[in-house]
Write a protein that binds this ligand. Structure first.
Ligand code: HEC
Length: 427
C-alpha cells in the first residue's frame, strides 16, 4: 500500500470516530452555541437586522425546523460570493461539518448539555473606537407606511475645511429593521443639496445623475457588513468641503417607522504613505455595447479595463447591479495570461450587496487587464422583475433601470504587500 493511501484511510477512520464520539454527546452548549454565536448572533440579537434573537437555547429550539432549513440550504448566514472562487476577510459561511452538526443535533432531539459552560462574547459588527466625525441625517425620516420599497437620497454636509484621510468608514442604520441597504457617495461640486430627502422616483434625479461625483461609491452597506478599514499608513482621501450623499433603500414597513441613520468616519492619525485609490469599471467599459436589456431576453455583458500601467495591491471589490442581475464574475488576466479570480456571485441578490475585502493585499501586476461579466434576466422567469409583462430597460441610478459596476479599492504595490494580512480586530 502506498503511504498516501494509508494516510487517506487512517484519516477517514479518524473523522468517522470523531463524529461518532460527538454524536453520542452532541449538545447545545458544547457544539452548537459556538457556531451560532460566531455566525448568526452578530445579526440575530436585539437591535440588529435579524428578525429575532438567537442568543439562547430556547431561541433555537422553538425555531429548529426553520433553522435546519435555512442552514442546510445555505440561505443563512447570507453570503453571496462563491467560496470556491475566493475567500474574504468578512466572509461568513458555515462549513459542511458545521451544517452537519446543526442538522444532526436538531434531528437527534437537541440535547442541551452542560449549562455551566462559561458565557461567550456576543459579537457585534461595529468598530470599537470613538469616531472622529459622525454625520447623522439632519432630520429623522418618516418611512412611508406602504407595501412597497422606498429608495431615498440624503445630503449630509461634512464641513471639513482641510484635506483628510479615512482609515475606516462605518454605517449605522437608525432603524435597523427597515434600513435594507445603503450606499455612500461623495460630491465636491456643492450643487447637490437639493437631492436631500428625494425619492429616486422623482424625475429630477436625472439632473443630479449628470453631476460627476468625487466618489461614486465610498462605501456600500447591507445588514451584517463589517466596517471597511485600511491598514496603517494607508488612507482614503476626503476632499475638503465635500458633501456626503447617502442612498438608502427602506424595506416595506406596513406601519409608521422612522429612520435617522449615521455614518462614522475615522481619520488616519499616522501619516498616510499610500492613498487608497478607486478603480471602477462601469457601463462605458462594456465591450459588447449597447448596455440595453430588451424585454423577454437574457442579456450578457462583458466589461474590460485598460491594461494596468503599474503593479497594484487590491484591498476590496464590490459588484453592483439592480434587480435584473443574475450572475457576476470578475477576474484579472496578467500579461503572461495567468488568471487572478476577484469575485464570483452565482445567484446575484440585489438585497445582499456589499464590499468584499480580501484577506490580504491582492497583487495585480502591471499589464493585467480586469474583466467583469454579468448576466441579466429580463424575462417573466425572473421573480425579481418589477415589470410583468417585462419592459425594455436601459441605464440609470433608479432601481427600475439597470447598472453594471465593479468598484475596486487599491493602493500602489509595495514589495511584500501580498504577505500583509488584514485584520478585523483593530483597536
Ligand atoms: C448578516 C446578518 C445575518 C446573519 C449573519 C444571519 N442572519 Fe438570519 N436573517 C437575517 C435577516 C436580515 C433576516 C430576515 C430577512 C430574510 O429572511 O432574508 C434573517 C432571517 C432568518 C431566518 C428566517 C427565515 C425566513 O424565511 O423567515 C432564520 C431561520 C435565520 N435568519 C436563521 C439564521 C441562522 C441560523 C444564522 C446563522 C447560521 C443566521 N440566520 C445568520 C440576517 C442574518
Amino acid at each position: 500500500m502506498f503511504n498516501s493511501e494509508k494516510v487517506i484511510i487512517s484519516s477517514f477512520w479518524l473523522i468517522v470516530s470523531y463524529y461518532s464520539a460527538i454524536s453520542q454527546n452532541l449538545n447545545y452548549f458544547e457544539h452548537i452555541r459556538p457556531i451560532i454565536y460566531e455566525n448568526c448572533v452578530p445579526c440575530h440579537q436585539p437591535g440588529q437586522a435579524g428578525p429575532f434573537s438567537l442568543l439562547t437555547y430556547n431561541d433555537i429550539t422553538i425555531r429548529s425546523k426553520m433553522i435546519q432549513y435555512v442552514v442546510s440550504h445555505r440561505y443563512m448566514p447570507p453570503w453571496k460570493a462563491d467560496p470556491d472562487y475566493r475567500h474574504y476577510l468578512n466572509e461568513r459561511v458555515l462549513t459542511d461539518t458545521e451544517i452537519n452538526l446543526i442538522t444532526e443535533w436538531i434531528s437527534t432531539g437537541m440535547s442541551e448539555g452542560n449549562k455551566t459552560k462559561e458565557s461567550l462574547p456576543v459579537k457585534r459588527l461595529y468598530y470599537k473606537t470613538v469616531p472622529d466625525l459622525t454625520l447623522t441625517m439632519a432630520e429623522s425620516y418618516d418611512i412611508p407606511n406602504s407595501n412597497s420599497d422606498d429608495f431615498r437620497f440624503f445630503h449630509l454636509p461634512m464641513n471639513i475645511s482641510e484635506l483628510r484621510y479615512l482609515r475606516a468608514i462605518e454605517f449605522m442604520p437608525g432603524n435597523r429593521r427597515y434600513v435594507h441597504h445603503s450606499r455612500m457617495m461623495v460630491d465636491s461640486t456643492q450643487n447637490m443639496s437639493g437631492i436631500d430627502g428625494m425619492s429616486e422616483f422623482d424625475p429630477k434625479i436625472y439632473e443630479f445623475q449628470k453631476t460627476p461625483l468625487a466618489d461614486e461609491f465610498l462605501y456600500g452597506w447591507v445588514p451584517g457588513s463589517f466596517p471597511l478599514f485600511f491598514p496603517d499608513g494607508v488612507g482614503k482621501r476626503l476632499e475638503p468641503n465635500a458633501d456626503l450623499i447617502l442612498n438608502i433603500h427602506y424595506s416595506p414597513t406596513g406601519r409608521n417607522q422612522k429612520d435617522q441613520s449615521t455614518v462614522n468616519f475615522y481619520f488616519t492619525n499616522k501619516p498616510v504613505k499610500r492613498e487608497v485609490k478607486t478603480l471602477i469599471l462601469r457601463e462605458n467599459d462594456i465591450i459588447n455595447q449597447p448596455f440595453y436589456l430588451p424585454a423577454n431576453q437574457i442579456s450578457n455583458f462583458t466589461m474590460k479595463s485598460k491594461a494596468l500601467e503599474k503593479d497594484i495591491s487590491m484591498i476590496s471589490v464590490m459588484p453592483h447591479m439592480h434587480f435584473l442581475g443574475k450572475y457576476f464574475e470578475s477576474y484579472a488576466v496578467t500579461a503572461s495570461k495567468d488568471t487572478i479570480p476577484l469575485i464570483r456571485i452565482n445567484d446575484w441578490d440585489f438585497n445582499w450587496q456589499t464590499m468584499y475585502q480580501f484577506n490580504h493585499y491582492l497583487k495585480i501586476p502591471e499589464g493585467s487587464v480586469i474583466y467583469a461579466k454579468a448576466r441579466y434576466d429580463n424575462t417573466i422567469n425572473n421573480p425579481m422583475n418589477q415589470f410583468i409583462p417585462p419592459k425594455n430597460i436601459g441605464y440609470g441610478w433608479r432601481t427600475v433601470s439597470e447598472m453594471m459596476n465593479l468598484i475596486c479599492y487599491y493602493v500602489d504595490y509595495k514589495k511584500r504587500d501580498e504577505r500583509h494580512y488584514f485584520s478585523t480586530d483593530t483597536d
